[in-house]
Design a protein around this ligand. Sequence first.
Ligand SMILES: [Zn+2]
Length: 176
Amino acid sequence: MDVSIHMSAAMHADILLHLFPKGDRREQGGFLFCSYDDETQIFNVREWLPLTSSDYASQERDYLELCDTTRASLIKKAHDMDAALVEIHCHPGQQKVAFSLADWMGFKDFVPHIRWRLKGRPYAALVYGYQCIDGFAWIDQQKLPINVTGINTGQAFHSTTGNSMNALSRGFYEKI
Ligand SMILES: [Zn+2]
């Protein structure tokens, strides 16, 4: 499986601006509302929704947690749009970006729930570090994620680091 995410270069630039605001080292995030194509295994992004401080129950330098109301409205919007969701957050300053143990804990709770609410549609997660990206996708009914190969903007292909998939195969996330 070779899953990738397609969006415009302008949208990718908007996402970077949102994730790395000047003078704020807290984690930032947002969601992509996508159409998923089974044949090409591409998430085609239809809309980018940046989240703001009021969307979080907790927003720290190394941790984000959504408010229940935000979570509910994201699910409703995805449902109404018939969309597959991709979550995005950043690890400010991380050079070789990978999902953290806290991220993995979050996936264990959130991914089965949101996929159930959205009729089993694919789901993906991206994490942005300093000039690098990594990503996981849940496509079929498998429990473990697969690697997202990168983001295609039409002008450039931003490959993921694959660090999280390496960590997963080394058993890193099973420590918890
Ligand atoms: Zn994280």
